[in-house]
Design a protein around this ligand. Structure first.
Ligand SMILES: Nc1ncnc2c1ncn2[C@@H]1O[C@H](COP(=O)(O)OP(=O)(O)OP(=O)(O)O)[C@@H](O)[C@H]1O
Length: 740
């Protein structure tokens, strides 16, 4: 009975793939035709052709990316659809036949929501739900959940029913590859509600380790892009994660859902032109992340608008003019009243100062018997403007500044920092002090951004004009609509998509590339993962990138590792979001077996961490293994523990999580023993064995984890207990603790 059902599904799925192939070849033909079109030297026609070509190329990439597991579900409906079928197939994309009849429903469409949310109590018009597991292009297994009791006696469907959560369990126990996969086939109801939640406002998803926060956040991004295509395709979506290793881990998920235009960034890369990798010591990071930096920086900018302490004499074409501090003071006060950023207000300052200086010089010349008329005044003003002495005078009072130099100066000039921080201790100031040439850190990035706001565009280096961009977008949309009419492809291609093609031509980059390179770009939505780590200053930066405050914020307060991280969502979010955020919780642990979860949670509770207890879906097959180095080096003991684990499973992924101080030594020992199979940091994610620090392991998962020297991991930072909690909850199967 199962066999015949399997055969039936195989036939349906084969037809869906046939349709996919057909669409692919149609798109290839269109692309060919567009490319061959001769448009001569007409600029407009050429740019239209290029935009169409780019669009078809993108469509081809999408059609290729959805090939694996194109379809994964089927609903048996209570009422047949308009075209008389009782089955609705759910897949990665929507497919229609030539008569526009629906063959496959996109998982994000409203009609697909029952696939994730229907239950026996809340049937949502569904009699049964079927999961299809694919091997290549063929259905290899089916799992049914039945909501309509009439089906259970076997009469209504010819006894085709199999029950169970097989698809979910198969997904959860599958070997890990070092890359996160999408979960479209097995999204659970509580997750689905979050994924489909409204675009507006900030949504916080709190949940313990392994509850699917990252997976949910990425699927929500894909859902929002689908449901709000018009709004988000030109403004873009930003996904922020804690490290390069993490971004590499998740980078394949959105493309596999057909979404390629999302900007992914670590917190160290959010200020264009700076790529901060390292971070400060905890105390410096805490200070730099704290909200007091807002006032400090604003005072620091003000202090770079300086009234001279005494009168200065300037020479203009042999004439000596004494300039009192009050004259400069008046010009500064006037410019400050404009409320503009430093570099822009400087223009008013210079104008005002030159005006007063011109009057003063004219008065002095008149007093010595010269006549000065209107035309002369202009010349005098120009003489003053180009005079070396005057330039020095005005620059000393108010110098245009770049954010980079401004922040470097702040750290490199102890006396200036001391003036700005009368209430700080010497130790606090010392924490910030550093050489001008030292590289920027992750904690500097939001300060550079804050400084850029306070300073405004540097003369001659204007920020990309948001208004001009809007105007260009409108023109592109109009052109795209006309082009679609001309080509007769209405309904096949949207004006928004085609307009993106125009924009790429103009700016030499995709929406994502242009957004990432432009500090003033505002995104339509921002997804923040591991959001508990963000400092007050980092939140300010992110809200600037999305002033509409449409955010998906996922994290776990108990996993905070950074010194400037949150103690509660309330305290972290209120300054930037007031009370305009809503909270959802996830409580089912899909990753870590119960045996390991219980122990991790017990230790975390003992250390006083505010954990959200989770319910693990699997008990797991292996208890935690504990070994001691006992005299042999830690590295050797770790290597031995890996070897033991490889005997259980020689093909899975192993993470070796090591306190920072031992990472070099342990890494070397592991590489000696396992050669090219192992690597340090992000590079390890594509190898069977990755050697990582606690911070690098955040958000990731592996078949097995070998944890080196847990006591040292706890002791190495003020939030060490959280590091241990994070490290212990990374495995999907086995955990070994190696003590010294
Ligand atoms: N509905 C689901 N179906 C299949 N797999 C799932 C489902 N939900 C979560 N998972 C899997 O569970 C694992 C943990 O998910 P994820 O990394 O998103 O958790 P997390 O809450 O972000 O964890 P952490 O806080 O530890 O970083 C992943 O392998 C993910 O694919």
């Amino acid at each position: 009975m199962q066999e015949s059902e399997l055969e039936r599904e195989r036939a349906v799925v084969a037809a869906l793939y046939e349709r996919l192939d057909e669409l692919r070849s149609q798109t290839e033909d269109r692309l060919d035709r567009v490319r061959r079109e001769s448009v001569g030297s007409n600029h407009q026609a050429r740019s239209e052709r290029d935009a169409f070509a780019r669009l078809y190329e993108d469509q081809l990439v999408q059609l290729r990316d959805v090939d694996s597991r194109l379809v994964f579900g089927r609903l048996l409906l209570e009422k047949p659809t308009e075209d008389g079928t009782a089955h609705r197939y759910i897949g990665r994309v929507g497919l229609r036949d030539d008569d526009q009849r629906s063959l496959l429903v996109d998982w994000r469409a409203q009609q697909a929501s029952a696939f994730y949310q229907a239950t026996a109590n809340e049937r949502m018009g569904v009699r049964a739900r079927r999961h299809l597991t694919m091997t290549g292009r063929e259905v290899s297994r089916i799992d049914d959940e039945v909501f309509d009791e009439a089906l259970l006696d076997g009469t209504a469907t010819g006894g085709e029913v199999v029950q169970g959560e097989g698809a979910l369990l198969a997904a959860l126990t599958a070997q890990r590859t070092g890359r996160m996969h999408d979960i479209v086939a097995t999204i659970q109801a509580e997750q689905d509600r979050i994924i489909r939640s409204d675009l507006r406002g900030a949504l916080v998803v709190q949940g313990g380790p392994g509850t699917g926060k990252t997976a949910v956040a990425l699927h929500r991004a894909a859902y929002l892009l689908y449901a709000n295509r018009q709004r988000l395709s030109s403004s873009g979506v930003l996904v922020v994660g804690p490290s390069t290793a993490f971004l590499r881990y998740i980078e394949a998920v959105l493309p596999s859902l057909g979404e390629t235009g999302v900007v992914m960034s670590t917190l160290g890369e959010l200020y264009p032109g700076v790529e901060a990798v390292g971070d400060d010591e905890p105390e410096a990071a805490r200070l730099k992340g704290s909200a007091q930096m807002v006032r400090l920086l604003s005072r620091a900018v003000r202090s770079r608008q300086k009234v001279p302490t005494e009168a200065q004499t300037v020479e203009i074409n042999g004439e000596h003019l004494v300039v009192e501090p009050e004259l400069i003071g008046r010009a500064i006060a006037r410019a400050q009243r404009s409320g503009k950023p430093h570099n822009l207000a400087r223009v008013s300052f210079v104008k005002q100062a030159l005006g007063e200086l011109t009057d003063k010089l004219a008065a002095q010349l008149r007093a010595s018997g010269s006549t000065v008329d209107e035309a002369d005044l202009k010349v005098l003003r120009e003489d003053l403007r180009t005079s070396y002495d005057v330039r020095v005078l005005l620059n000393t009072a108010w110098l245009p500044l770049t954010p980079e130099k401004f922040i470097q100066d702040l750290y490199a000039r102890p006396s200036w920092l001391a003036e700005l921080t009368p209430r700080w201790t010497a130790a606090q100031r010392a924490a910030l002090a550093r050489e001008r040439s030292a590289p920027f850190t992750v904690s500097d990035v939001p300060l550079l951004d804050e400084a850029a706001e306070l300073l405004g565009a540097f003369p001659g280096k204007p920020d990309a004009g948001a208004r001009e961009r809007d105007r260009q977008r409108k023109r592109d949309l109009e052109n795209a609509k006309a082009a679609i009419r001309n080509m007769g492809v209405e309904g096949l291609v949207s004006a928004e998509q085609l307009a993106n093609g125009f924009a790429e031509r103009v700016d030499h980059g995709t929406t994502a590339e242009r957004a990432a390179a432009d500090r003033t770009w505002t995104y339509g939505h921002v997804v923040v993962d591991e959001a508990q780590e963000l400092s007050a200053m980092q939140w300010r930066l992110l809200v600037r990138r999305c002033p509409m405050k449409s955010f998906t914020i996922v994290g776990d307060i108990a996993q905070v590792a950074s010194a400037s991280g949150a103690t509660s969502w309330q305290s972290a979010l209120t300054p930037s979001f007031k009370d305009a955020w809503r909270l959802e919780e996830l409580t089912v642990n899909y990753r870590t077996p119960a045996q390991i979860t219980r122990e991790a949670e017990r230790l975390a509770e003992e250390a006083g961490l505010p954990i959200t207890p989770t319910r693990a879906v699997r008990e797991g097959d292996w208890p935690i293994r504990r070994v001691a180095a006992n005299g042999s080096g830690l590295g050797e003991a770790v290597a031995e523990a890996i070897a033991v684990d490889r005997e259980i499973d020689a093909t899975g992924t192993v993470a070796v999580i090591v306190p920072t101080a031992s990472v070099a030594a342990v890494g070397a020992a592991v590489e000696r023993r396992f050669g090219g199979q192992a690597a340090r940091g992000a590079a390890g994610l594509t190898r069977p064995i990755a050697v990582l620090t606690g911070y690098e392991a955040k958000g990731l998962e592996f078949d097995a984890v070998v944890l080196a020297d847990p006591d040292a991991l706890v002791a190495e930072s003020p939030r060490g207990a959280a590091s241990l909690y994070v490290a212990m909850t990374r495995p999907t199967q086995r955990l070994t603790l190696v003590s010294r």
